[in-house]
Write a protein that binds this ligand. Structure first.
Ligand SMILES: Cc1cc2nc3c(=O)[nH]c(=O)nc-3n(C[C@H](O)[C@H](O)[C@H](O)COP(=O)(O)OP(=O)(O)OC[C@H]3O[C@@H](n4cnc5c(N)ncnc54)[C@H](O)[C@@H]3O)c2cc1C
Length: 525
């Protein structure tokens, strides 16, 4: 058994910021960070645009940033949270810069700000088009300097330890005492006992198969919290990016930026028809939600696996110059943009809901905290404003730290049971898991994707029940491995998405059920 003062699950912006702040403030305390792949692998690493924050209080204002956030959130944001996060944002970014983050600046040393969809001002702090990578680099370098932080890569958190694991169960007062963690190299399962545990385990794009998220994004933290009976909300609000490169496979997909449509590329279906004007008078330049819905509709209508972006009529030399990495990635995959259409599909991009937390990052379970994409704070409401997610991760890591500074958790005297897998057998082949994962992803894309309807959601619920039973059977009989745990987690997360989608009786923000609005596809947002 490992004993630690603070256990953090995940090494993206949220988890590492918390680790660094705890490590600096409490040199005598032990901070353990477990992360299931290489320490840098995370959604954070792939964030391109940047972090929204108001630094110029003359040209911009906190009020304007708040209004933009509230408009995107479509009536479901918590105003007090929006106010708190937006005002704290600049402090968190200054701190990152003190730790060594290089954000783009002009010749006079002022931050140069980008502007993204939904923002009324230039306020996105960035490092070229690889801001997330710069944040991750900075935080990992700082972690390395702090000797009281124990970073354990390739350690997969399986389940939170709560009263459910004790023989005398007192369910009315749930507390978290740490987690069971699989050492992915040795295969052994560790019991990590901790006075305080924070979930910073990121998003769940892999549930849909087509996603901009990396493979680690399987919603593990949310599934663990759900099994531990924490409150989980707003899981129906998922942002889909309309044009991810389709290469016939499930898994992380390369983003074809919206700027390519802005540059003049057409969207065509398999028959070669430009279809966007059937859905919106702005054609390819309609908003992200509308384009994603129109593509989804075309794919369902034709039964084809993708639609196409056609840039063959454009100035290819200029295209290569403006979009070098898109040109190169397509070329490497055998797509010559001068001659070929680019196959694209909508892809799961960001989860707005998650484990419900208060303004200190506390979940509904004692000693359990959550921050970053796995949490639901009330900032995003029904839809996320671009570049507000890294902001939320940084601010809530800071809030959890502040809470601990004033309320250090007492040591726990509980004796934790060891993980018991006696009698479990080794799963001989991974084929069955691959098959079930792909079945789940197809089900979620077809029945709980960009455009939903109540009948499909009910069908999804029934099919998922069967998949749940099959997965639980595999889980009980076999020794745990990463793929089996991830499948189990994705089944739990899918259940939450479907159930919470069925409960929502209106279209709002990123949620769309065609039963509630028959003019959906021509609707201009
Ligand atoms: C392509 C792309 C572009 C984006 N661009 C932007 C942008 O410009 N601006 C913006 O604000 N947001 C952007 N986002 C969203 C943003 O990157 C994420 O919301 C944010 O980075 C989440 O940070 P996090 O720390 O909560 O999670 P992550 O960065 O995803 O980190 C989660 C960590 O938890 C680990 N983990 C997960 N499960 C387990 C487990 N069971 N056991 C142990 N470890 C586990 C993972 O390995 C990972 O280390 C983008 C996202 C993507 C995918």
């Amino acid at each position: 058994m490992i004993e630690t003062n603070f256990l953090i699950i995940g090494s993206g912006a949220a988890g590492l910021t918390l680790a660094v702040k705890m490590g600096e403030a409490f040199p005598k305390k032990r901070i353990t960070v477990v992360t299931k792949a290489h320490q840098a692998e995370s959604n954070t690493k792939y964030a391109q645009g940047g972090v929204a924050a108001v630094f110029d209080l003359k040209g911009d204002s906190f009020q304007k940033h708040m209004e933009d956030t509230l408009i995107a959130g479509d009536g479901l944001c918590d105003r007090a949270v929006v106010d708190m996060v937006i005002k704290d944002g600049p402090n968190r970014l200054k701190e990152l810069m003190e730790w060594g983050a290089n954000f783009d600046m002009d010749a006079s040393g002022e931050l140069t700000m980008g502007r993204e969809g939904g923002h009324s001002e230039y306020r996105v702090v960035h490092h070229k088009d690889s801001t997330g990578n710069e944040i991750e680099r900075t935080l990992l370098a700082r972690v390395e300097q702090l000797r009281n932080i124990h970073l354990l890569p390739h350690h997969f958190a399986i389940d939170l330890i709560t009263e459910h694991h004790f023989s005398e169960k007192k369910m009315e007062e749930l507390s978290c005492y740490g987690a069971y963690v699989l050492d992915q190299i040795s295969g052994s399962i560790l019991t990590i006992k901790s006075e305080s545990t924070t979930l910073a385990s990121g998003g769940m794009g892999m549930v849909y198969g087509h996603t901009t998220n990396p493979e680690v994004a399987t919603g593990d933290g949310i599934a663990m919290a759900y099994r531990a009976k924490a409150r989980i909300e707003n899981m129906e609000f998922i942002q889909f990016h309309p044009t991810a490169l389709y290469d016939g496979k499930n898994g992380a997909s390369f983003l074809i930026s919206e700027a390519v449509r802005g540059f003049g590329a057409f969207l065509r279906n398999g028959k070669g028809d430009r279809f966007m004007f059937e859905y919106d008078k702005r054609g390819e330049l309609a908003s992200r939600d509308i384009v994603a819905r129109a593509i989804d509709f075309e794919m369902k209508r034709s039964g084809e696996d993708c639609v196409y972006l056609d840039a063959t009529h454009l100035d290819i030399n200029k295209f290569r110059c403006d979009f070098p990495s898109i040109y190169k990635t397509c070329f490497e995959k055998g797509i010559d943009i001068a001659e070929d259409w680019i196959p694209v599909v909508p892809a799961a991009h960001y989860l707005c809901g998650g484990v419900v937390v208060d303004t200190h990052g506390r979940t509904s379970i004692e000693r359990l905290f959550a921050c970053g994409e796995c949490s639901y704070t009330g900032l995003h409401g029904a839809n996320r404003l671009a570049s507000n997610s890294l902001l939320e991760a940084l601010v809530y890591a800071g809030r959890i730290f502040q809470y601990h500074s004033k309320n250090l958790p007492s040591p726990t005297t509980k004796t934790l049971p060891k993980w018991d897998d006696q009698g479990a057998i080794l799963l001989k082949s991974s084929e069955v898991l691959d098959h079930k994962t792909s079945e789940l992803q197809t089900l979620m894309r077809n029945y709980a994707g960009v455009v939903r309807n109540t009948e499909d959601l009910r069908k999804a619920s029934l099919q998922l029940e069967k998949l749940y039973k099959e997965t639980e059977l595999l889980y009980r009989k076999h020794k745990l491995n990463t793929a089996l745990s991830e499948l189990r987690n994705m089944v739990n997360v899918s259940y939450l998405i479907i159930e919470q989608s069925l409960k929502r009786q209106e279209n709002r923000g990123g949620f769309y059920n065609e039963n509630f609005n028959t003019t959906h596809l021509n609707k201009t947002l």
